[in-house]
Design a protein around this ligand. Sequence first.
Ligand SMILES: [Zn+2]
Ligand SMILES: [Zn+2]
Length: 308
Amino acid sequence: MSFQLTILGTGSATPVLTRNPTAHHLQIEQEGYLIDCGEGTQNQLLHYKIRTTKLKYIFITHLHGDHFFGLIGLLSTLNMHRRIEDLWIFAPKGLAEIITIQLKYSDTRLNFKIHFTETQTEKSYLLFENDNVTITTIPLIHRVPCCGFLFREKRKKRKIVKNTKPADLTFEEIKMLKDGEDIFHLDGSVKYKNEDYTTPSLKSSSYAFCSDTLFNESIIDIVKNVDMLYHEATFLDELLPRATQTNHSTTKQAALIAKKAKVGKLIIGHYSSRYKELETHLAEAREVFMNSYLAIEGEIHKVRDIKA
Ligand SMILES: [Zn+2]
Ligand SMILES: [Zn+2]
């Protein structure tokens, strides 16, 4: 089973030569999930050898250009690569209209179907689920409607230990053991004790992505105890007034959210173009929350990677 993140873009609103605008790619099992799609994301996918044939879901946090201007380019390329598989896109109101107009006036007829889902950015709710994962929204405070996304693996069932399975188990009893139940005789005595025949399911891993936001403690409950949290840290602590004025966060604010939510690991990013070096970002975040890391393009963070 694999659940891993590749960071594709770490910059913010204006371009710098050394950083690309926001995009993260998650691989969960064999499927690809793209979170935000700043300009040039398709080049970054190429650069880091991420196969777009596996890309199935795209999540856009908000409609500032540094988070979605790469989308029409990516869609056009998928089309030129003769994609026929459906694609699911989740974004605030307006994106479907923008993409439809871009396709219309560039006379692009897609060979594949896009399923647009409009996100509601003011409350936390279950946005999507499939066999592997649930995705819940994280309301953020920004200058336009904006929400983050919490990816949580679905809890797997207990595993029956090889060679211990009694020969007379019925299909129904196997299911009960996998669900963690004991099996009883008709007189109520225990016939098969669950722990003698099964091993516990793996803990479900989780990754929360919080893009552009004002410092907002109300997200702490939503991201509590996640294995990995990405939280923007556009500015160093000395520019707190600028962060507040532009609805962004500082290094220390991102780290404080991580600390209060007791997350496993924090990744910060969305650096303002004014910064060339990022050591101070890391030092400031670690002052508050030791297990902090810089988002670096091309780096892979394993939320989990266990060969099952
Ligand atoms: Zn941004
Ligand atoms: Zn923004």
